[in-house]
Design a protein around this ligand. Sequence first.
Ligand code: PMP
Length: 403
Amino acid sequence: MSFFTGIPVAPPIEVFHMNKLFMDETSPDKVNLTIGAYRTEEGKPWVLPVVREAERQIAADETLNHEYLPVLGLDAFCKAATGLLLGNDNKAIQEGRAIGVQCLSGTGSLRMGAEFLSRVMGLKTAYLSNPTWGNHKLVFKVAGFETIKEYTYWDPANRAVNIEQMIADLQQAPEKSVVVLHGCAHNPTGMDPTHDEWKRIAQVIKDRHLFTFFDIAYQGFASGDPDSDAWPIRYFLDQGLEMFVAQSFAKNFGLYNERVGNLTVVFNDKSAIAGFSSQMSLVVRANWSNPPAHGARVVAKVLGDPELRKSWHEAIKTMSDRIKQMRAALRSNLEALGTPGKWDHITKMIGLFSYTGLTPEQVDHLVKKHKVFLLSDGRINICGLNTKNVEYVAKAIDETVRS
Ligand code: PMP
Protein backbone atom coordinates (compact mmCIF):
# COMPACT_ATOMS: atom_id res chain seq x y z
CA MET A 1 0.00 0.00 0.00
CA SER A 2 1.17 3.53 -0.75
CA PHE A 3 -0.42 6.84 0.14
CA PHE A 4 0.39 7.93 -3.38
CA THR A 5 -1.35 5.17 -5.32
CA GLY A 6 -3.90 6.31 -7.87
CA ILE A 7 -2.84 9.94 -8.30
CA PRO A 8 -4.17 10.77 -11.77
CA VAL A 9 -1.69 12.13 -14.27
CA ALA A 10 -2.47 15.79 -14.99
CA PRO A 11 -2.35 17.06 -18.56
CA PRO A 12 1.05 18.50 -19.54
CA ILE A 13 1.59 22.28 -19.42
CA GLU A 14 1.54 22.92 -23.15
CA VAL A 15 4.27 25.53 -23.39
CA PHE A 16 6.80 23.42 -21.47
CA HIS A 17 5.71 20.28 -23.28
CA MET A 18 6.27 21.86 -26.70
CA ASN A 19 9.60 23.27 -25.56
CA LYS A 20 10.67 19.77 -24.53
CA LEU A 21 9.60 18.35 -27.89
CA PHE A 22 11.79 21.01 -29.51
CA MET A 23 14.75 20.09 -27.28
CA ASP A 24 14.37 16.41 -28.12
CA GLU A 25 14.13 17.06 -31.87
CA THR A 26 17.30 16.20 -33.78
CA SER A 27 16.60 17.95 -37.10
CA PRO A 28 19.11 20.77 -37.76
CA ASP A 29 16.27 22.84 -39.25
CA LYS A 30 14.23 22.94 -36.04
CA VAL A 31 12.93 26.33 -34.85
CA ASN A 32 11.60 27.10 -31.39
CA LEU A 33 8.72 29.59 -31.35
CA THR A 34 7.18 28.26 -28.13
CA ILE A 35 8.37 29.60 -24.80
CA GLY A 36 7.99 33.29 -23.93
CA ALA A 37 11.58 34.33 -23.39
CA TYR A 38 13.87 36.73 -25.27
CA ARG A 39 16.47 35.28 -27.61
CA THR A 40 19.27 37.08 -29.43
CA GLU A 41 19.91 36.95 -33.18
CA GLU A 42 22.12 33.93 -32.35
CA GLY A 43 19.16 32.23 -30.63
CA LYS A 44 20.75 32.63 -27.19
CA PRO A 45 19.34 33.93 -23.88
CA TRP A 46 20.62 37.45 -23.05
CA VAL A 47 21.85 38.68 -19.71
CA LEU A 48 21.38 42.46 -19.92
CA PRO A 49 24.78 44.20 -19.58
CA VAL A 50 23.24 46.54 -16.99
CA VAL A 51 22.15 43.53 -14.92
CA ARG A 52 25.71 42.18 -14.99
CA GLU A 53 26.98 45.60 -13.87
CA ALA A 54 24.45 45.83 -11.01
CA GLU A 55 25.36 42.28 -9.96
CA ARG A 56 29.05 43.22 -9.87
CA GLN A 57 28.29 46.19 -7.64
CA ILE A 58 26.08 44.10 -5.36
CA ALA A 59 28.70 41.35 -5.07
CA ALA A 60 31.31 43.96 -4.07
CA ASP A 61 29.09 45.55 -1.42
CA GLU A 62 30.17 44.03 1.87
CA THR A 63 27.45 45.82 3.82
CA LEU A 64 24.89 43.46 2.29
CA ASN A 65 24.05 40.18 4.00
CA HIS A 66 21.60 37.29 3.74
CA GLU A 67 19.26 38.24 6.56
CA TYR A 68 15.52 37.84 5.93
CA LEU A 69 13.85 40.66 4.04
CA PRO A 70 10.64 42.12 5.49
CA VAL A 71 7.55 40.00 4.72
CA LEU A 72 6.24 42.59 2.26
CA GLY A 73 9.62 42.93 0.58
CA LEU A 74 12.63 45.17 0.04
CA ASP A 75 11.36 48.71 0.47
CA ALA A 76 13.69 50.24 -2.15
CA PHE A 77 12.55 47.66 -4.70
CA CYS A 78 8.82 48.09 -3.99
CA LYS A 79 9.12 51.87 -4.29
CA ALA A 80 11.18 51.66 -7.48
CA ALA A 81 8.77 49.18 -9.06
CA THR A 82 5.70 51.21 -8.12
CA GLY A 83 7.40 54.37 -9.43
CA LEU A 84 8.26 52.69 -12.73
CA LEU A 85 4.67 51.61 -13.15
CA LEU A 86 2.81 54.75 -12.18
CA GLY A 87 5.47 57.38 -12.89
CA ASN A 88 7.25 58.88 -9.88
CA ASP A 89 5.29 62.10 -10.19
CA ASN A 90 1.96 60.28 -10.09
CA LYS A 91 -0.62 61.79 -7.74
CA ALA A 92 -1.31 58.44 -6.06
CA ILE A 93 2.39 58.14 -5.13
CA GLN A 94 2.69 61.77 -4.04
CA GLU A 95 -0.37 61.38 -1.83
CA GLY A 96 0.92 58.14 -0.28
CA ARG A 97 -1.97 56.09 -1.72
CA ALA A 98 0.11 53.63 -3.75
CA ILE A 99 2.22 50.85 -2.27
CA GLY A 100 4.10 47.83 -3.53
CA VAL A 101 4.36 44.29 -2.19
CA GLN A 102 7.34 42.28 -3.42
CA CYS A 103 6.19 38.93 -4.77
CA LEU A 104 7.60 35.98 -6.70
CA SER A 105 7.57 37.43 -10.21
CA GLY A 106 4.36 38.13 -12.11
CA THR A 107 2.81 34.81 -11.18
CA GLY A 108 3.36 35.30 -7.45
CA SER A 109 2.00 38.85 -7.67
CA LEU A 110 -1.14 37.59 -9.36
CA ARG A 111 -1.47 34.81 -6.81
CA MET A 112 -1.04 37.09 -3.77
CA GLY A 113 -3.48 39.60 -5.23
CA ALA A 114 -6.03 36.94 -6.09
CA GLU A 115 -5.72 35.28 -2.69
CA PHE A 116 -6.18 38.62 -0.94
CA LEU A 117 -9.28 39.47 -2.98
CA SER A 118 -10.81 36.09 -2.43
CA ARG A 119 -9.91 35.29 1.18
CA VAL A 120 -9.70 38.71 2.81
CA MET A 121 -12.17 40.72 0.72
CA GLY A 122 -14.57 37.89 -0.14
CA LEU A 123 -14.59 38.60 -3.90
CA LYS A 124 -15.31 35.33 -5.65
CA THR A 125 -16.00 36.13 -9.30
CA ALA A 126 -13.22 36.84 -11.79
CA TYR A 127 -13.46 37.78 -15.47
CA LEU A 128 -10.54 36.68 -17.62
CA SER A 129 -9.77 37.58 -21.20
CA ASN A 130 -10.67 34.98 -23.84
CA PRO A 131 -8.03 34.02 -24.87
CA THR A 132 -5.55 34.69 -22.10
CA TRP A 133 -2.19 33.58 -20.70
CA GLY A 134 -2.42 29.87 -19.90
CA ASN A 135 -1.86 30.30 -16.15
CA HIS A 136 -4.49 32.90 -15.26
CA LYS A 137 -7.34 30.47 -14.75
CA LEU A 138 -5.31 28.12 -12.58
CA VAL A 139 -4.01 30.95 -10.39
CA PHE A 140 -7.46 32.43 -9.76
CA LYS A 141 -9.06 29.05 -9.20
CA VAL A 142 -6.44 27.88 -6.72
CA ALA A 143 -6.58 31.27 -4.96
CA GLY A 144 -10.23 30.59 -4.12
CA PHE A 145 -12.29 32.19 -6.89
CA GLU A 146 -15.54 30.24 -7.22
CA THR A 147 -16.76 31.68 -10.50
CA ILE A 148 -14.32 32.26 -13.32
CA LYS A 149 -15.85 33.76 -16.42
CA GLU A 150 -14.42 34.97 -19.68
CA TYR A 151 -14.94 38.21 -21.52
CA THR A 152 -14.59 38.20 -25.29
CA TYR A 153 -11.32 39.75 -26.39
CA TRP A 154 -10.52 38.48 -29.84
CA ASP A 155 -12.13 38.75 -33.24
CA PRO A 156 -10.47 35.91 -35.17
CA ALA A 157 -11.94 36.91 -38.55
CA ASN A 158 -10.43 40.40 -38.43
CA ARG A 159 -7.50 39.52 -36.19
CA ALA A 160 -8.34 42.43 -33.93
CA VAL A 161 -9.65 43.21 -30.46
CA ASN A 162 -13.41 42.62 -30.36
CA ILE A 163 -14.10 45.74 -28.37
CA GLU A 164 -17.88 45.79 -28.83
CA GLN A 165 -18.32 42.28 -27.47
CA MET A 166 -15.75 42.86 -24.72
CA ILE A 167 -17.71 45.88 -23.47
CA ALA A 168 -21.01 43.99 -23.77
CA ASP A 169 -19.60 41.08 -21.74
CA LEU A 170 -18.26 43.37 -19.02
CA GLN A 171 -21.61 45.14 -18.88
CA GLN A 172 -23.15 41.82 -17.81
CA ALA A 173 -20.62 41.27 -15.02
CA PRO A 174 -22.08 41.34 -11.49
CA GLU A 175 -20.90 44.17 -9.23
CA LYS A 176 -17.59 43.55 -7.46
CA SER A 177 -16.39 41.07 -10.04
CA VAL A 178 -12.63 41.20 -10.55
CA VAL A 179 -11.60 41.98 -14.13
CA VAL A 180 -8.13 40.84 -15.15
CA LEU A 181 -6.64 43.02 -17.90
CA HIS A 182 -3.32 42.71 -19.70
CA GLY A 183 -1.53 46.05 -19.20
CA CYS A 184 0.35 45.83 -22.51
CA ALA A 185 1.40 43.29 -25.13
CA HIS A 186 -1.60 41.01 -24.62
CA ASN A 187 -0.61 37.36 -24.32
CA PRO A 188 -1.30 35.42 -26.53
CA THR A 189 -2.74 37.74 -29.20
CA GLY A 190 -0.09 40.50 -29.21
CA MET A 191 -2.88 43.02 -29.87
CA ASP A 192 -3.79 45.75 -27.37
CA PRO A 193 -6.86 47.98 -27.21
CA THR A 194 -6.37 51.50 -28.57
CA HIS A 195 -6.41 54.44 -26.15
CA ASP A 196 -10.04 55.15 -27.04
CA GLU A 197 -10.93 51.52 -26.43
CA TRP A 198 -9.18 51.59 -23.05
CA LYS A 199 -11.31 54.62 -22.16
CA ARG A 200 -14.46 52.63 -22.86
CA ILE A 201 -13.17 49.69 -20.79
CA ALA A 202 -12.41 52.00 -17.85
CA GLN A 203 -15.89 53.49 -18.10
CA VAL A 204 -17.70 50.16 -17.96
CA ILE A 205 -15.53 49.06 -15.02
CA LYS A 206 -16.47 52.25 -13.21
CA ASP A 207 -20.16 52.08 -14.08
CA ARG A 208 -20.51 48.43 -13.09
CA HIS A 209 -18.43 48.76 -9.87
CA LEU A 210 -15.95 46.13 -10.98
CA PHE A 211 -12.47 45.71 -9.49
CA THR A 212 -9.49 46.23 -11.81
CA PHE A 213 -6.61 43.76 -11.69
CA PHE A 214 -3.96 44.61 -14.28
CA ASP A 215 -1.31 42.08 -15.20
CA ILE A 216 1.72 43.78 -16.75
CA ALA A 217 4.48 41.33 -17.62
CA TYR A 218 6.10 43.34 -20.44
CA GLN A 219 6.46 46.99 -19.36
CA GLY A 220 9.14 48.62 -21.52
CA PHE A 221 9.82 45.36 -23.29
CA ALA A 222 6.73 45.80 -25.46
CA SER A 223 7.32 49.17 -27.10
CA GLY A 224 10.77 50.08 -25.77
CA ASP A 225 9.18 52.88 -23.72
CA PRO A 226 8.05 51.97 -20.18
CA ASP A 227 5.86 55.07 -19.91
CA SER A 228 3.83 54.41 -23.02
CA ASP A 229 3.40 50.74 -22.07
CA ALA A 230 1.93 51.85 -18.72
CA TRP A 231 -0.53 54.31 -20.31
CA PRO A 232 -3.71 52.29 -19.67
CA ILE A 233 -2.86 51.83 -15.99
CA ARG A 234 -2.15 55.53 -15.51
CA TYR A 235 -5.35 56.42 -17.36
CA PHE A 236 -7.44 54.14 -15.12
CA LEU A 237 -5.86 55.85 -12.08
CA ASP A 238 -6.76 59.26 -13.43
CA GLN A 239 -10.34 58.04 -13.57
CA GLY A 240 -10.22 57.38 -9.82
CA LEU A 241 -10.21 53.59 -10.08
CA GLU A 242 -8.55 51.58 -7.31
CA MET A 243 -6.57 48.60 -8.50
CA PHE A 244 -4.10 45.78 -8.12
CA VAL A 245 -1.31 45.53 -10.66
CA ALA A 246 0.87 42.42 -10.95
CA GLN A 247 4.30 43.44 -12.29
CA SER A 248 6.90 41.03 -13.57
CA PHE A 249 10.60 41.80 -14.09
CA ALA A 250 11.23 38.50 -15.87
CA LYS A 251 11.16 39.90 -19.41
CA ASN A 252 12.09 43.56 -19.11
CA PHE A 253 15.16 42.76 -16.97
CA GLY A 254 15.73 39.24 -18.30
CA LEU A 255 15.51 38.01 -14.70
CA TYR A 256 13.30 35.01 -15.47
CA ASN A 257 14.60 32.66 -12.82
CA GLU A 258 15.12 35.24 -10.08
CA ARG A 259 11.35 35.57 -9.64
CA VAL A 260 11.22 39.34 -9.20
CA GLY A 261 7.75 40.84 -9.07
CA ASN A 262 5.71 43.50 -7.39
CA LEU A 263 2.03 43.82 -6.60
CA THR A 264 1.24 47.51 -6.82
CA VAL A 265 -1.89 48.50 -4.94
CA VAL A 266 -3.59 51.87 -5.31
CA PHE A 267 -6.11 53.00 -2.70
CA ASN A 268 -8.51 55.92 -2.89
CA ASP A 269 -8.39 56.25 0.89
CA LYS A 270 -4.92 55.85 2.34
CA SER A 271 -6.28 55.05 5.80
CA ALA A 272 -7.01 51.56 4.39
CA ILE A 273 -3.28 50.85 3.99
CA ALA A 274 -2.70 49.75 7.61
CA GLY A 275 -5.41 47.08 7.41
CA PHE A 276 -4.32 46.01 3.95
CA SER A 277 -0.65 45.65 4.87
CA SER A 278 -1.33 43.72 8.05
CA GLN A 279 -3.65 41.27 6.27
CA MET A 280 -1.36 40.98 3.26
CA SER A 281 1.52 40.14 5.59
CA LEU A 282 -0.47 37.08 6.71
CA VAL A 283 -1.23 36.05 3.13
CA VAL A 284 2.47 36.26 2.21
CA ARG A 285 3.54 34.66 5.49
CA ALA A 286 1.45 31.58 4.68
CA ASN A 287 3.03 31.31 1.23
CA TRP A 288 6.76 32.09 1.24
CA SER A 289 7.07 34.15 4.41
CA ASN A 290 9.83 36.43 3.07
CA PRO A 291 10.81 37.10 -0.53
CA PRO A 292 14.23 36.47 -2.10
CA ALA A 293 16.67 39.39 -2.25
CA HIS A 294 18.97 39.10 -5.24
CA GLY A 295 16.74 40.08 -8.15
CA ALA A 296 15.00 42.77 -6.12
CA ARG A 297 18.37 44.33 -5.28
CA VAL A 298 19.32 44.33 -8.96
CA VAL A 299 16.10 46.05 -10.04
CA ALA A 300 16.23 48.57 -7.18
CA LYS A 301 19.83 49.44 -7.99
CA VAL A 302 19.26 49.86 -11.73
CA LEU A 303 16.09 51.92 -11.40
CA GLY A 304 17.58 54.02 -8.60
CA ASP A 305 20.77 55.04 -10.42
CA PRO A 306 20.41 57.45 -13.37
CA GLU A 307 23.36 55.96 -15.29
CA LEU A 308 22.26 52.36 -14.84
CA ARG A 309 18.69 53.30 -15.64
CA LYS A 310 19.85 54.82 -18.90
CA SER A 311 21.64 51.57 -19.80
CA TRP A 312 18.48 49.66 -18.99
CA HIS A 313 16.52 51.87 -21.39
CA GLU A 314 19.08 51.05 -24.08
CA ALA A 315 18.71 47.33 -23.38
CA ILE A 316 14.91 47.30 -23.59
CA LYS A 317 15.18 49.28 -26.81
CA THR A 318 17.59 46.67 -28.22
CA MET A 319 15.16 43.88 -27.37
CA SER A 320 12.01 45.57 -28.62
CA ASP A 321 13.74 46.75 -31.82
CA ARG A 322 14.89 43.23 -32.63
CA ILE A 323 11.36 41.96 -32.14
CA LYS A 324 9.99 44.66 -34.45
CA GLN A 325 12.58 43.78 -37.10
CA MET A 326 11.65 40.11 -36.94
CA ARG A 327 7.94 40.96 -37.24
CA ALA A 328 8.67 42.98 -40.36
CA ALA A 329 10.88 40.22 -41.79
CA LEU A 330 8.30 37.48 -41.26
CA ARG A 331 5.55 39.56 -42.80
CA SER A 332 7.59 40.62 -45.82
CA ASN A 333 8.76 37.03 -46.46
CA LEU A 334 5.16 35.76 -46.36
CA GLU A 335 3.98 38.57 -48.62
CA ALA A 336 6.84 37.96 -51.06
CA LEU A 337 5.84 34.30 -51.25
CA GLY A 338 2.23 35.33 -51.88
CA THR A 339 1.12 33.13 -48.99
CA PRO A 340 -2.68 33.03 -49.04
CA GLY A 341 -4.27 35.27 -46.38
CA LYS A 342 -3.42 38.66 -44.90
CA TRP A 343 -0.28 39.04 -42.81
CA ASP A 344 -0.35 42.70 -41.81
CA HIS A 345 -1.47 41.73 -38.29
CA ILE A 346 2.06 40.46 -37.62
CA THR A 347 3.46 43.99 -37.66
CA LYS A 348 0.41 45.53 -35.97
CA MET A 349 0.89 43.31 -32.93
CA ILE A 350 3.38 44.19 -30.21
CA GLY A 351 5.51 42.34 -27.68
CA LEU A 352 6.84 38.82 -27.80
CA PHE A 353 3.88 37.09 -29.33
CA SER A 354 1.84 36.90 -32.46
CA TYR A 355 -1.41 35.09 -32.83
CA THR A 356 -0.80 33.89 -36.36
CA GLY A 357 -4.32 32.66 -37.08
CA LEU A 358 -2.98 29.18 -37.93
CA THR A 359 -5.38 26.37 -37.01
CA PRO A 360 -4.44 23.48 -34.66
CA GLU A 361 -4.18 21.19 -37.72
CA GLN A 362 -1.82 23.61 -39.43
CA VAL A 363 0.24 23.87 -36.24
CA ASP A 364 0.47 20.09 -36.11
CA HIS A 365 1.66 20.04 -39.73
CA LEU A 366 4.27 22.75 -39.06
CA VAL A 367 5.64 20.82 -36.12
CA LYS A 368 5.64 17.40 -37.76
CA LYS A 369 6.73 18.28 -41.27
CA HIS A 370 8.87 21.39 -40.80
CA LYS A 371 10.02 21.08 -37.18
CA VAL A 372 8.77 24.59 -36.45
CA PHE A 373 7.47 24.42 -32.87
CA LEU A 374 4.66 26.71 -31.70
CA LEU A 375 1.55 26.50 -29.53
CA SER A 376 -1.61 24.78 -30.76
CA ASP A 377 -3.57 28.06 -30.68
CA GLY A 378 -1.18 29.42 -33.33
CA ARG A 379 0.82 31.64 -30.95
CA ILE A 380 4.42 32.20 -31.91
CA ASN A 381 7.23 33.79 -29.95
CA ILE A 382 8.71 36.28 -32.41
CA CYS A 383 12.09 36.11 -30.63
CA GLY A 384 12.55 32.57 -31.88
CA LEU A 385 13.06 34.12 -35.32
CA ASN A 386 16.38 35.46 -36.58
CA THR A 387 17.80 36.56 -39.91
CA LYS A 388 18.97 32.99 -40.58
CA ASN A 389 15.70 31.13 -39.98
CA VAL A 390 12.94 33.62 -40.82
CA GLU A 391 12.84 32.68 -44.49
CA TYR A 392 12.69 28.98 -43.60
CA VAL A 393 9.78 29.65 -41.22
CA ALA A 394 7.93 31.76 -43.80
CA LYS A 395 8.34 28.99 -46.41
CA ALA A 396 7.14 26.41 -43.90
CA ILE A 397 4.05 28.51 -43.11
CA ASP A 398 3.48 29.04 -46.83
CA GLU A 399 3.61 25.31 -47.61
CA THR A 400 1.36 24.59 -44.62
CA VAL A 401 -1.29 27.14 -45.55
CA ARG A 402 -1.39 25.87 -49.13
CA SER A 403 -1.55 22.15 -48.28
N1 PMP B 1 1.28 37.36 -17.11
C1 PMP B 1 1.46 37.19 -18.41
C2 PMP B 1 0.43 37.72 -19.35
C3 PMP B 1 2.62 36.57 -18.87
O1 PMP B 1 2.78 36.41 -20.20
C4 PMP B 1 3.58 36.11 -17.96
C5 PMP B 1 4.82 35.44 -18.43
N2 PMP B 1 4.68 34.49 -19.39
C6 PMP B 1 3.33 36.33 -16.59
C7 PMP B 1 2.18 36.95 -16.21
C8 PMP B 1 4.23 35.96 -15.48
O2 PMP B 1 5.44 35.47 -15.66
P1 PMP B 1 6.50 35.39 -14.48
O3 PMP B 1 5.81 34.71 -13.33
O4 PMP B 1 7.59 34.60 -15.07
O5 PMP B 1 6.86 36.78 -14.14
